[in-house]
Design a protein around this ligand. Structure first.
Ligand SMILES: Nc1ncnc2c1ncn2[C@@H]1O[C@H](COP(=O)(O)OP(=O)(O)O)[C@@H](O)[C@H]1O
Ligand SMILES: O=P(O)(O)OC[C@H]1O[C@](O)(COP(=O)(O)O)[C@@H](O)[C@@H]1O
Ligand SMILES: [Mg+2]
Length: 361
């Protein structure tokens, strides 16, 4: 046991993203170095708490992982302690937390995981949350780590699609992730110079999309369209890739790029190719921005633990680290709005969102 006797658990939950290991390293090293804490790694998110799988992390375990993608702890996006195969196993999760003799638990997760964390903290667990997701859709924080890396992947893909699209004079469609939020498509699309960006927040009019593509094809003989996986036509449905019935939100989105290609093919006299980036956006080494940001978040979360401040989420607001109560963040998401500066810039540059006039709603 460490001199201070402080025992802190850590877990990663929900879809992985680049920078998870940077947070684990930062939380663990700063608590070990400054509080002489013992760090207990919980395996596979909340599943590890349910199935009682945890192991101490040594300083060495947390070294050399800053640049690696994924999570050394594993993760899970369908293990809800309040509904695990139809049963509420939250009491045994709390019991296991006490059995591990934890002073606190750091949960690195997205909207779903932070909602679970809020419920567990109401049952007496000392929890500090660290927001993660490539989707950048968490309420209360200006951004999440993993997002910069994901948009960098989108940008690289668009640069590549541009050269091949230009050579063949084609309309190139790229589908990004993001669930019901358009942040990845908006930022990736802007960084990659897209002509048309379709977001979940603003259902598109297919004739307007066709008009915008045709205009660009006439002007420069090729065009780039970015579509978020959660985008849908006006009065239309989401495009669903699969259903994970054990998940709190069973829908897995995907396939809109191919669907759009079919819809546009009958309206345009142009060759069209569709690409879906998928999990490439989630994997691999974090960008330098995400490494530093994730490290800062981890250190801040560790400082909250050291000060016995629990039931909180470490966030960034106006470039300052601060914290918010879990209950404020739980069950909320942050979507693109028309007053977002990147959206405003896109409109000023003539990017089409497939919406007629100013009919954004
Ligand atoms: N609103 C919610 N209330 C309770 N549990 C939830 C809620 N949303 C998701 N969960 C559970 O939280 C875990 C992670 O959720 P998920 O949405 O996959 O990831 P993320 O934390 O990245 O949003 C899963 O075990 C899921 O069953
Ligand atoms: O890996 P899965 O289960 O296919 O889930 C895909 C979803 O996870 C994400 O990559 C990340 O979402 P979360 O951060 O909320 O887990 C979404 O963009 C995407 O819709
Ligand atoms: Mg989520």
């Amino acid at each position: 046991m460490s001199k201070s006797g402080l025992r802190v658990g850590i877990l990663t939950s929900g879809g992985d993203c680049s920078g998870l290991n940077a947070v684990i390293r930062s939380v663990a090293k700063s608590l070990m170095l400054n509080q002489e804490a013992t760090i207990i790694g919980i395996k596979d998110g909340f599943l590890g708490l349910i199935e009682q799988r945890a192991t101490p992390l040594t300083y060495q375990d947390c070294s050399g992982i800053l640049s690696s993608g994924g999570t050394i702890l594993g993760t899970c996006n369908n293990a809800n302690p309040f509904n695990y195969n139809g049963q509420d196993v939250s009491a045994s999760v709390v019991e296991y937390y006490h059995k591990l003799d934890l002073h606190a638990l750091v949960v690195i997760g997205g909207d779903g995981s932070l909602s679970v964390s809020h419920l567990l903290s109401k049952l007496g667990m000392n929890i500090v949350g660290v927001p993660k997701t490539i989707d950048n859709d968490l309420w209360g924080t200006d951004r999440t780590f993993g997002f910069d890396t994901a948009t960098t992947v989108v940008t690289d893909a668009l640069d590549r699609l541009q050269t091949t699209g230009q050579s063949h004079k084609r309309l190139m469609i790229l589908e990004t992730m993001g669930r019901y939020a358009g942040w990845i498509a908006l930022h990736g699309g802007m960084a990659g110079g897209a002509d048309v960006i379709l977001l979940p927040e603003f259902p598109y009019d297919i004739d307007e999309v066709a008009r915008a593509c045709e205009k660009r094809m006439c002007e420069k003989h090729y065009s780039i369209l970015v579509v978020a996986e959660g985008a849908k036509p006006k009065n239309g449905e989401l495009t669903v890739r699969e259903r994970v019935c054990t998940s709190h939100d069973p829908l897995r989105l995907g396939g809109i790029a191919e669907a759009l290609k079919q819809q546009l093919a009958v309206k345009l006299d142009a060759e069209i190719r569709a690409t879906t980036l998928g999990h490439i956006q989630r994997g691999g080494s974090p960008s330098s921005f995400d490494r530093v940001f994730a490290t800062n978040l981890g250190c801040y979360a560790a400082s909250l633990v050291a000060q016995n401040k629990f039931g909180l989420v470490a966030v960034i607001q106006n470039n300052q680290m601060t914290s918010l109560p879990l209950e404020k963040v739980a069950n909320k998401t942050r979507l693109v709005t028309t007053d977002d500066q990147t959206f405003i810039s896109a409109r000023a540059l003539g990017v089409s969102f497939g919406v007629v006039g100013d009919n954004f709603k």
